[in-house]
Design a protein around this ligand. Structure first.
Ligand SMILES: [Fe+2]
Length: 392
C-alpha cells in the first residue's frame, strides 16, 4: 500500500559532550541574547555551567530564569511568566535545560511570544498558529522526548487536570541531546522517565497512526531501552547504559512526534491531574490493563514488541505471545521498582473509575488513534482492572 508519510523533527545534535555545541548552534540561529530556562534540580547535572561557557565562547549574551516548582507538573502560569521574561529581556532565543516539564514550559514560553493570549487558549491540536521565539532544547533526563516533539503538557490549576498543547509551531528549532547530562538523574527519575520513553515507542507501535517509518523507530527504541533501562537504573554511572537510554529515547521521541500515544496516555491524564503522581508512574500503573484491553485488535503487534524486548516468540500462538509480552513488560517494570497497579500507589477508590473514564474519553486527540473503539464504560472497566495486581 502506498502511503503519504509526513515526518517532523527539529535539527538534532546527539552525542557525548554535544552540549559544548550549544553556542555554535545558537549562532547558526542568529541569536544575540538567550534566556536560559531551567529548574532547581538541574544544578547536579552541570548542564547550566557548560551551556553558559559555550554561549560565552560564541559571544552570545544570556540571562537565567530558574522555574519555581510548587507542583510536579508544569503549570500554565509558569509558561506565561517565562514568556513575559523573554519579551522583557529582549531575548531572541529560548534555551530550555532540564526534564520534560522544564522543556514544555520553555517551548510554550517561546511560542507565546508570537501568539496572543494565555496557554489555556492553545490546549488541543493545531491551535498555535505562529512560530514564536527560536528555541533550543537540552534534556537532562532520558525520558519525555519533549525536545523533539510538538507537544507541551500542563497542569491546569483551575480544573486540576493535565492538558496538552499539540502544535507544529511549538516544536523546538534545535535539540541537543548529551547523554552525559543524564548521569546525575536520581534512580526513581531514571526508572519513571526511562519507562515513559519505552512507552513513547510501544504506544505509537499499536496506534492507528503507525507507519513503516515510526514502526522501525519504535521497535529499535523498544529493543534498546528494554536492554538498558535496568543497567542505567542499577548503576547511574554506567555510561554505555546512559548513552543507549538517550539514544532509545531519541528514537522513541521521533515515534511519539510522528505517530503519537493513545489509550495509556489518555487514561494517565486524570490520574496525574488528581494525584500528582510522576508521569511515568501514572502510566506504569495502567499499562498492563490497557494492553490486555487492546490484545484483541493488536495481539500480533504485542508479540512483535515482545520479540523486540528479547523474548523468544518464534512458533508460539498469538495468545501465548501476548502473554509473553505482558509478562516481559511486568518483569521490566518490577525490576526497576515501578508500580504496576493503582492499589500499589495507594489509590483504592474504585468508584472514581467512571469519573476518570469520562475525562479520559474526552481526550479525543489521543483516543482517536486508539487501537479499538472504546466507550466511556469500556474505559471505566480498564480502570477497574488496573486496581488489581497483575497475575499473568
Ligand atoms: Fe509520556
Amino acid at each position: 500500500m502506498w502511503q503519504t508519510i509526513p515526518f517532523r523533527t527539529p535539527k538534532v545534535v546527539f552525542g557525548m559532550e554535544s552540549i559544548r555545541q550549544a553556542g555554535s548552534e545558537a549562532k547558526i540561529l542568529n541569536a544575540k541574547k538567550a534566556l536560559l530556562i531551567t529548574g532547581p534540580s538541574v544544578k547536579a547535572s552541570g548542564a547550566l555551567e557548560l551551556i553558559e561557557q559555550s554561549l560565552k565562547e560564541a559571544s552570545i549574551s544570556y540571562e537565567i530564569h530558574v522555574l519555581e516548582r510548587a507542583t510536579l507538573e508544569p503549570t500554565t502560569d509558569m509558561a506565561e511568566l517565562a514568556a513575559k521574561l523573554v519579551s522583557e529581556k529582549n531575548a531572541d532565543l529560548v534555551v530550555g535545560i532540564g526534564g520534560g516539564s522544564v522543556l514544555d514550559v520553555a517551548k510554550m514560553a517561546a511560542a507565546l511570544t508570537g501568539n496572543p493570549g494565555n496557554v489555556r487558549d492553545y490546549f488541543g491540536p493545531g491551535k498555535v498558529k505562529n512560530k514564536g521565539t527560536k528555541a533550543l532544547m537540552v534534556p537532562t533526563t532520558a525520558g519525555t522526548g519533549s525536545e523533539v516533539t510538538q507537544h507541551a503538557i500542563f497542569l491546569d490549576l483551575e480544573n486540576n487536570v493535565k492538558k496538552a498543547v499539540a502544535s507544529q509551531a511549538i516544536m523546538a528549532d534545535v535539540a541537543i541531546i548529551d547523554p552525559m547530562l543524564t548521569v546525575s538523574s536520581p534512580r526513581n527519575v531514571t526508572a519513571a522517565s526511562g519507562f515513559d520513553a519505552w512507552l513513547h515507542a510501544a504506544e505509537p507501535f499499536v496506534s492507528k497512526n503507525a507507519n513503516p517509518v515510526t514502526d522501525a523507530l519504535s521497535l529499535e527504541a523498544v529493543r534498546v531501552i528494554s536492554r538498558n533501562l535496568g543497567a542505567a537504573w542499577s548503576d547511574p554511572k554506567d555510561l554505555d547504559a546512559r548513552y543507549n537510554m538517550s539514544l532509545g529515547c531519541l528514537m522513541s521521541g521521533f515515534a511519539l512526534a510522528n505517530a503519537g500515544t493513545s489509550l495509556v496516555h489518555a487514561m494517565a491524564y486524570p490520574i496525574g491531574g488528581e494525584f500528582h503522581t510522576p508521569h511515568g508512574v501514572s502510566l506504569s500503573v495502567l499499562l498492563l490493563a490497557c494492553f490486555k484491553a487492546i490484545a484483541a485488535s493488536k495481539g500480533e503487534r504485542l508479540v512483535r514488541l515482545a520479540a523486540a524486548m528479547g523474548e523468544k516468540v518464534e512458533g508460539v500462538s498469538v495468545r501465548e505471545g501476548v502473554k509473553i509480552a505482558l509478562d516481559a513488560i511486568h518483569y521490566m517494570l518490577r525490576s526497576v521498582d515501578l508500580p504496576t497497579c493503582l492499589t500499589e500507589i495507594g489509590i483504592t477508590d474504585k468508584s472514581k473509575a467512571a469519573i476518570w473514564a469520562k475525562d479520559a474519553w474526552n481526550e479525543r486527540r489521543l483516543l482517536g488513534r486508539a487501537p479499538r473503539d472504546l466507550t466511556v464504560e469500556d474505559i471505566a472497566r480498564i480502570y477497574e482492572n488496573a486496581f488489581e495486581p497483575y497475575e499473568g
